[in-house]
Design a protein around this ligand. Structure first.
Ligand code: HEM
Length: 150
């Protein structure tokens, strides 16, 4: 059934499927966003050690992969072919509070580099993806709801 909500949801989805066509948003500026964001992450007292444990050698492959990822998300380039959920499921010590730090640092970096309405698009996509990663990582049915009866 077509409701106001379903129309809005369809419209949001249609917008999210379009490549963002705005001056100054290209692989170069997205690469800069990725690099400045991970510089903040590495300096963060909570997130820094998590990444240092996982990325022991050269950061360049990770930064290039993340640039491919964001170009795919924002410009629909199709450069990224990885699987984010398994990559995060194996991070056993990451908490929901860590995601808040991640999102704060990401929003700050986007706001420093892009015009507000462009930064908002990056932040909106990051939030949606963070929500699905958090569901995969942390969502557990309560025992009663899972049918185990206690
Ligand atoms: C506290 C939150 C997070 C932590 C601690 C975290 C940590 C990590 C780590 C350690 C890796 C593996 C690095 C590597 O070997 O390349 C990784 C990969 C990745 N992360 Fe996150 N992440 C977080 C949130 C997010 C969010 C919100 C997004 C997207 C908006 C994201 C997107 C990705 C992607 C695309 C990869 C590459 C996966 C692959 O293809 O291998 N992460 N993350």
């Amino acid at each position: 059934m077509m409701t106001v909500k379903s129309v809005l949801v369809d419209r949001a989805r249609a917008v999210a499927e379009q490549p963002l066509d705005r001056a100054g948003v290209d692989r170069t500026s997205i690469g800069k966003l990725v690099r400045e964001f991970y510089a903040k992450v590495r300096n963060d007292e909570r997130l820094g050690p998590i990444f240092v444990r996982e990325i022991t050698g050269d950061w360049e492959p990770h930064l290039e992969k993340m640039t491919d990822f964001w170009c795919s998300v924002i410009l629909k380039t199709g450069d990224y072919h990885g699987r984010p959920v398994p990559a995060h499921l194996k991070l056993k010590h990451v908490t929901e509070a860590d995601f808040e730090i991640w999102q704060t640092l990401f929003s700050q970096t986007a706001a420093e580099l892009f015009a507000p309405e462009t930064a908002a698009v990056f932040v909106d996509r990051a939030e949606r993806i963070a929500t699905s990663l958090k569901l995969a990582m942390f969502f557990r049915l309560a025992p009663a709801a899972a049918g185990r009866g206690q």
